[in-house]
Design a protein around this ligand. Structure first.
Ligand SMILES: Cc1cc2nc3c(=O)[nH]c(=O)nc-3n(C[C@H](O)[C@H](O)[C@H](O)COP(=O)(O)OP(=O)(O)OC[C@H]3O[C@@H](n4cnc5c(N)ncnc54)[C@H](O)[C@@H]3O)c2cc1C
Ligand SMILES: *[C@@H]1O[C@H](CO)[C@@H](O)[C@H](O)[C@H]1NC(C)=O
Ligand SMILES: *[C@@H]1O[C@H](CO)[C@@H](O)[C@H](O)[C@H]1NC(C)=O
Ligand SMILES: *[C@@H]1O[C@H](CO)[C@@H](O)[C@H](O)[C@H]1NC(C)=O
Ligand SMILES: *[C@@H]1O[C@H](CO)[C@@H](O)[C@H](O)[C@H]1NC(C)=O
Ligand SMILES: *[C@@H]1O[C@H](CO)[C@@H](O)[C@H](O)[C@H]1NC(C)=O
Ligand SMILES: *[C@@H]1O[C@H](CO)[C@@H](O)[C@H](O)[C@H]1NC(C)=O
Ligand SMILES: *[C@@H]1O[C@H](CO)[C@@H](O)[C@H](O)[C@H]1NC(C)=O
Ligand SMILES: *[C@@H]1O[C@H](CO)[C@@H](O)[C@H](O)[C@H]1NC(C)=O
Ligand SMILES: *[C@@H]1O[C@H](CO)[C@@H](O)[C@H](O)[C@H]1NC(C)=O
Ligand SMILES: *[C@@H]1O[C@H](CO)[C@@H](O)[C@H](O)[C@H]1NC(C)=O
Length: 486
């Protein structure tokens, strides 16, 4: 998994994700049973292998989006880095397809799921504050809300995800946009070191001194050492509006955008579901009270529900969980749209696309919904970190907008993927039509649909990433796992 997630050949993925479901007999005769048994014998008692239909197995293969779940031959929960090393060696030497799951939020099928061996890192769940170094050690199996809860009483925090349930590992390795990114940069800019099991099983700690590995990370990360920042109470929440308030939201955004306050963050979702267009806004300020002017116009717009208040960082996530924001359960695809400026024309174009595709997909599946997101950050967003695989160009700020669709009917996966590709293409055309220079702007890896070409995410970094891949992983062991392929 590249310092931005790996690529799975789209063809392979299409047959894996969209083919006829295998019967139980076909699975039972799976040739991957051998490696499962081999792993079970090799690992220490800190680790365990599970088979269907055990509860542990089901939770190991579970994903936020059921469209990303596959029934693997077995699952393994390594409990030590040494066991991860043994497991990787077995998988590499037997050429067994496998997957590595952190928080399981990948919306591309086959990226952290497999028919082979599912590695789930849940046992890497330690959070430890090093006050002296101003770092926090975080296990690669944790979700961000678990980390925030563990840090609640410490007065320090890390730069991570904005919704409960997202994994530390996948978000960080792909880049990582946070409420704190205008202040401190991407999640990846706030990594001090990784504990990494290389594709050949060698265990190593990687820092920015390790130029190539740091840039084009390949292997399985077991622990992160993250930079910490002071944390007081915050002012944040979520506001639900009727879709009729779009013009007022546009004006409120224009005011927000002029404020240039790096402690502020804003996420705007335009949604079409059950025949209705709605808007949600997630304002955030990294202090108990925001200065006047930044969010006042949003607060003045009549809302359906407003949960914004002063609270601890982890209490914000508890509140989101209580509102159902962590709950997955619907099949889901994400597509990325780079935007440099959320002009009124972009709001209008995103609204049109949301309503148009929402109506169309809703006619196929009454549970279908379409959501587009607007994610503004400070112009200095990319100035906080060393060169990284993503973003390939840190000299121009780009906002990582999403178009996504959700649905229930399993037979519609291929239709939905095509619809979402069309939606993101149309959105990109609208951004270009708005006069924005995005023809070479990078799509955020963690939002990119599985068929996205490497150069659209990694730009000029692709040749270097391919070279690193060949040097560090000559046998292409990580190629047995899902993700964007180099
Ligand atoms: C509801 C929702 C909200 C989101 N919000 C945000 C957000 O606020 N900011 C943002 O930047 N992104 C966001 N995302 C995108 C998110 O960053 C990606 O989905 C990310 O991949 C999730 O990480 P994970 O560990 O949960 O995923 P997983 O599915 O577990 O893993 C994702 C990828 O990382 C690889 N991987 C996982 N663990 C390891 C490891 N230890 N070593 C090597 N490779 C590994 C997997 O193999 C896979 O390719 C959101 C996604 C969803 C669904
Ligand atoms: C696991 O093995 C170690 C020695 O390798 C032993 O000390 C420990 O008691 C074992 N734990 C369990 C739960 O069996
Ligand atoms: C970490 O996982 C272990 C084993 O699964 C569990 O016993 C422990 O409670 C977990 N710790 C935390 C902090 O979640
Ligand atoms: C987090 O800390 C705050 C105090 O800052 C406290 O009120 C709250 O109950 C704590 N939350 C949890 C989940 O411990
Ligand atoms: C990596 O660093 C951790 C502490 O952060 C240490 O416990 C571990 O032994 C190191 N591993 C290697 C291979 O140097
Ligand atoms: C905000 O930043 C922009 C661009 O950097 C600048 O033109 C504008 O004057 C700034 N506004 C304030 C209020 O500082
Ligand atoms: C979440 O916030 C809303 C509004 O402030 C409140 O009604 C609700 O009780 C909160 N839930 C939790 C769990 O904090
Ligand atoms: C949105 O659609 C409406 C009609 O449905 C059209 O009048 C308008 O021009 C469209 N706006 C954009 C920005 O595409
Ligand atoms: C929509 O969701 C409901 C409730 O989860 C489910 O019973 C129903 O089958 C779904 N509809 C379709 C078309 O799958
Ligand atoms: C457009 O963006 C590219 C980077 O994506 C940059 O190299 C180029 O200079 C920009 N062109 C203009 C006219 O700003
Ligand atoms: C494993 O791979 C690393 C990185 O390419 C290399 O430095 C190391 O020598 C390899 N170890 C073995 C035992 O082949």
């Amino acid at each position: 998994m590249f310092s931005a997630t790996p690529l799975l050949c789209a063809l392979l993925l299409t047959s894996a994700a969209f083919g006829r479901p295998e019967t139980w007999e076909e699975r039972a005769s799976s040739s991957f049973r051998g490696p499962c048994d081999q792993i079970a014998k090799a690992v220490s008692n800190a680790s365990q292998v599970f088979f269907p239909p055990s509860t542990q197995y089901l939770s190991d293969i579970y994903h936020y989006a059921p469209s990303s779940t596959q029934e693997s031959a077995c699952s393994v929960e390594p409990g030590t880095t040494e066991d991860v090393s043994k497991i990787l060696r077995i998988l590499g030497s037997t050429r067994t397809p496998f997957a590595v799951k952190g928080g399981g939020h990948a919306t591309n099928p086959g990226f952290s799921s497999t028919k082979g061996v599912q590695i789930t890192l849940a046992r890497f769940n330690r959070t430890k504050v090093n006050y002296k170094d101003r770092t926090v050690e975080v296990g690669a199996g944790l979700t961000w809300d678990q980390v925030y809860t563990a840090l609640n009483s410490t007065k320090v925090n890390v730069v991570g995800g904005r919704i409960p349930g997202i994994g530390v590992a996948g978000l960080t390795l792909g880049g990582g946009y946070s409420y704190k990114s205008s202040q401190y940069g991407l999640a990846i800019d706030n990594v001090a070191s990784y504990e990494l099991v290389l594709p050949n099983g060698t265990i190593t700690n990687v820092t920015s001194q390790d130029k190539d590995l740091w840039f084009g990370l390949r292997g399985v990360v077991t622990n992160f050492v993250l930079k910490s920042h002071p944390q007081a109470q915050i002012w944040a929440g979520i506001i639900f509006y009727s879709g009729t308030q779009l013009d007022a939201i546009k004006e409120a955004y224009a005011t927000f955008q002029k404020s240039n306050d790096t402690k502020s963050s804003l996420l705007i979702n335009l949604a079409y579901a059950s025949g209705q267009f709605t808007i949600t806004v997630m304002p955030f300020y990294d202090a108990p009270t925001p200065p006047p002017g930044i969010f006042d116009e949003f607060l003045a717009i009549p809302a359906i529900l407003n949960t914004v208040s002063t609270r601890s960082f982890s209490d914000l996530f508890l509140n989101f969980t209580s509102l159902g924001l962590a709950a997955g359960g619907l099949r889901t695809f994400y597509g990325g749209i780079p935007v440099t400026r959320y002009s009124p024309a972009i709001f209008d174009a995103f609204k049109n696309l949301t309503v148009f595709w929402g109506t169309r997909l809703g006619a196929l599946d009454k549970n279908a919904s379409v959501i587009t997101t607007l994610e503004p950050f400070a112009n200095t967003l990319f100035s906080h970190g060393a060169p990284s695989a993503y973003p390939p160009d840190r000299s121009h700020v780009v906002f990582p907008s999403i178009a996504s669709c959700q649905w229930s009917d399993v037979s519609l996966d291929a239709t939905m993927a095509r619809a979402l590709r069309q939606t993101t293409d149309e959105a990109r055309a609208a951004v270009l039509a708005d006069g924005q220079n995005v023809s070479h702007a990078a799509i955020y890896v963690n939002y990119a649909l599985f068929d996205t070409p490497l150069k659209d995410m990694y730009g000029a970094n692709v040749p270097r990433l391919r070279k690193i891949r060949a040097e560090i992983d000559p046998e292409d062991v990580m190629g047995l796992a899902g993700g964007f392929k180099f």
